[in-house]
Design a protein around this ligand. Structure first.
Ligand code: 5GP
Length: 181
């Protein structure tokens, strides 16, 4: 495997990701068997995770997406959350599975879940590929989590820095000089 020049190291390989996504898919499928669920992809970071996860779900699922601003070109949360794209359909009375790339401070997800709860879904669960619990500022926990990771800034498999690196198949730690430059 060739390491991208801007990565310090690969944290989670594509093989480890694929195995975990399949495992999560099985777990979620068992929990929702026989139900119909709206999967909401939190753009853009969760696009690749959502695309892979959905193919492991065995119940009836529809797909919607939502977009809120997070860091822009910085590596730290401003705590200011801005809506960029709303859902296409109503979620009232429906089972909702919110699919995130990473939970860091939890500020984005807290804002999002409060907003979604106000639309009266039948249920709302959170699935995240990555979790950095050591950085949490608000009390929020995912129902399904792929990997708990240490406090490093990661990119790849959908996660970006300044819109780059989403296409990398592995999740890697970005060299600090890249974001300090
Ligand atoms: P929070 O509001 O939980 O602090 O941040 C959530 C959002 O910040 C994520 O959806 C993601 O867009 C971004 N984020 C947090 N940590 C990282 C990270 O290590 N790498 C990247 N690329 N984005 C991150």
């Amino acid at each position: 495997m060739i390491l991208h020049k801007d990565l310090e190291k690969v944290l989670i390989s594509r093989e480890e990701i694929a195995a975990k996504v399949a495992e999560l898919g099985q777990q979620i499928s068992a929990d929702y068997e026989g139900q119909e669920v709206v999967a909401i992809c939190v753009l853009k970071g969760a696009i690749i995770f959502t695309a892979d996860l959905l193919r492991h779900l065995t119940f009836d699922v529809t797909l919607d997406s939502i977009s809120v601003s997070s860091y822009g070109h910085s590596t730290h949360s401003s705590g200011v959350v801005r809506f960029l794209k709303d859902l296409d359909e109503s979620i009232e009375g429906r089972h909702v599975l919110l699919i995130e790339d990473i939970i860091d401070t939890g500020l984005t997800l807290k804002y999002l879940t409060e907003n979604l709860y106000s639309r009266k879904p039948k249920s709302l669960k959170i699935c995240t590929l990555l979790d950095k619990p050591s950085r949490r500022l608000v009390d929020i926990k995912p129902d399904y989590c792929g990997f708990t990771i240490p406090d490093s800034f990661v990119v790849g498999y959908g996660l970006d820095y300044g819109e780059l690196y989403r296409n990398l198949p592995d999740v890697g730690i970005l060299k600090p000089e890249v974001y300090r430059a």
